[in-house]
Every structure is written in C-alpha cells, then in structure tokens.
Design a protein around this ligand. Structure first.
Ligand SMILES: [Zn+2]
Length: 164
C-alpha cells in the first residue's frame, strides 16, 4: 500500500495498460490521497502491482471494452471476470482477461453445437463461445454439447429453449 506524505493510505484510482519503448507492456497505476488530495502515478511492469493496488480494479481499457458491450452481456461479463479474478487472487482485470478462455484445456464442440453457434448473432458469438466453454470446464466436461447450449442460453441469454 502507498502511504501519502500526510500519513493516510493512498487509494487506487485507475490503471492504464500501456506499451513502453521496446514493446514491453506496462501499467500506469494512478493513486490519490482522499485526505489531502495528492495524486501520484507509478509505472510498473504489467502484472507486477505488488501492494500498489488496494482492491479489485479494472484497467481503463477493460472498462472501455465492457462499456461497448450490450448491457445484459456487460453485466454477465463483469460478474464472470470478477469471480475469475477473486478465484485467482488477482487484483487487476485487463482488456485481454475479459475474453480469456477459462483454462488452457482444449474444449471440443459437438458438430451440431458448433452449427448452432454459427447462427448466434456475431455481436454476442464470441462471448457465447467463452461462456459455454467456461461452463463446460466448471462441470468437468471437455466438450460443448447441444444440451449444455440450451441450458446456458436459457439462463444467460433469456431466449428460452427453441422449438424444433
Ligand atoms: Zn495525503
């Protein structure tokens, strides 16, 4: 934790993802003292915030990405990302982590499930894919099935089961 010259803890205000010369990713962490108003910014190598960040934070870039999603999807993505971060004791949610698959494990798709995914509107297809793969992993499955798809669709996307 950063301590201000006035003796109070400093509060993390924001994190910007940057790329410095040489292409090395770094973060610019902004902190403010709510007592005296002093503001400081510190550059750190990406991911190495140590005690600089006082709570779970979204980078400016991750927030921007979230802002551009449809509201129902943003709510889902926000909750998923924060659960993901807490489970790993991570303090920072980055742009990339919003669309990161749940693990390195390769998830297969049933041909019929894959065909149905192709009919999902492009705007939500990427998130639907991630959501389905996450759910499969949580259940210990390594394949996305049509029945899993129906279940997730009803739960998250409010479309209900399609009549066939
Ligand atoms: Zn101060």
């Amino acid at each position: 934790m950063l301590t201000c010259g006035c003796g109070r803890w400093m509060h993390t205000e924001g994190i910007e993802e940057q790329v410095c010369e040489g292409g090395v990713p770094q973060w610019f962490v902004r902190s403010e003292c709510r007592g005296c108003g002093l503001r400081v910014g510190v550059d750190v190598p990406a991911g190495q915030v140590g005690g600089l960040v006082d709570r779970l934070m979204w980078t400016d870039e991750a927030l921007h990405r979230l802002d551009r999603m449809p509201p129902y999807l943003a709510a889902l993505v926000r909750q998923e990302a924060e659960e993901w971060a807490r489970a790993r004791d991570a303090r920072v949610i980055t742009y990339d982590s919003l669309l990161r698959p749940p693990s390195d494990e390769r998830i297969e798709w049933e041909p019929e499930a894959e065909r149905r995914l192709g009919k999902v509107p492009p705007a939500v297809r990427a998130m639907a894919k991630i959501e389905l793969e996450r759910t499969a992993v949580e259940r210990g499955m390594n394949v996305v099935t049509v029945s899993l798809m129906e279940e997730v669709k009803a739960k998250y996307f409010g479309m209900g089961a399609q009549r066939t």
